[in-house]
Design a protein around this ligand. Structure first.
Ligand SMILES: [Zn+2]
Length: 305
């Protein structure tokens, strides 16, 4: 017997043995109680990092425990593999996004297998494969038929060098978190989901989630952002236009002394025409960073209808 523990020899021997015997393969078994355990599908950005190892180890411990307790455990792995980051990485590495993505998937799968996690690899998915995303497209069409998705023009945080839209969290002091270049506002036609129609359902279910810290539930409720109030229409002096304002405090409306329109409001350019504010607000919004945009709003006196 060898004195030393030669990990590459011993582990690869047993990993192959487990794989050949398909010990983690799962099949339907009506006799057993089902247990579905999904940690997270990683984005195939390159190699597995220690955050993945930590996360998937915790999940694997739970999966093995449940398996030993007699549950029929479905513990799958897959890849959240679509998106702009793959295209940007492909441009930077002068390769094709598909090649880049599939090579990363192969490397990361090899690493996860080395960790000996109890995944049923026959159930592996990659969201960039047509066999997978055809169902996303199908789902989208179903929502479109039900008018749960709609298209409208809206401003987005845009990074020109990355050629991509950024979430607010990805804009740091007016700069792109990825490349450090200035972010500008760009008008783009986009698809929106009518999630506000489901605000009530989502809120009710927040209170039905067992075991979540209060802080997380509160964050979720704030994100849903439901508030009860009224839409109030203000007339604009010397104009037939009306400004619709949503407020939760309609009882304080007579205290309103001025009104402020955001620079991207569709009425701003029309209302400011020929006034002293025209030049200030008529700056093409393209040149305005999100941080200075609030200073460029249009002030007008309110008239309640
Ligand atoms: Zn960028």
């Amino acid at each position: 017997m060898e004195e030393r523990y030669t990990s590459d020899v011993i582990e690869s021997k047993w990993q192959k043995s487990w794989e050949d015997a398909k010990i983690y393969k799962i099949s339907d078994d009506p006799e057993k109680v089902k247990y579905y355990l999904l940690e997270m599908f990683p984005y195939p950005s390159g190699k597995i990092h220690i955050g993945h190892v930590r996360n998937y180890t915790i999940g694997d411990v739970v999966a093995r425990y449940k398996h030993m307790k007699g549950f029929n455990v479905l513990h799958p792995m897959g890849w959240d593999a679509f998106g702009m980051p793959a295209e940007n990485a492909a441009i930077a590495n002068q390769t094709h996004p598909a090649r880049w993505t599939y090579e990363n998937i192969d490397a990361m799968r090899r690493q996860l297998k080395q960790m000996g996690f109890s995944y049923d690899w026959d159930r592996e998915i990659a969201t960039c494969r047509p066999e997978y995303y055809r169902w996303e497209q199908w789902l989208f069409l179903k929502m479109y038929e039900k008018e749960m998705v709609y298209r409208k023009e809206s401003y987005v945080n845009w990074c020109e060098p990355c050629q991509t839209v950024l979430a607010n969290e990805q804009v740091e002091a007016g700069m792109c978190w990825r490349c450090g270049n200035p972010v500008r506002q760009k008008k783009l036609a986009q698809w929106f989901f009518r999630i506000t129609d489901y605000a009530e359902d989502l809120l009710v279910h927040c209170d039905l989630l067992p075991g979540w810290p209060e802080k997380v539930v509160a964050m979720q409720k704030n994100w849903i952002g439901k508030s009860i109030g009224a839409e109030i229409r203000f007339a604009v002096e010397n104009s037939s236009e009306e400004i619709v304002v949503f407020t939760t405090r309609q009882d304080t409306i007579f205290g309103a002394t001025f009104m402020c329109l955001a620079p991207e409001h569709p009425m701003v350019q029309k209302l400011s025409k020929g006034t002293s504010q025209e030049k200030k607000v008529y700056l093409p919004v393209h040149g305005v960073s999100i941080h200075s945009a609030a200073e460029k709003c249009l002030f007008i006196p309110p008239i309640l209808l």
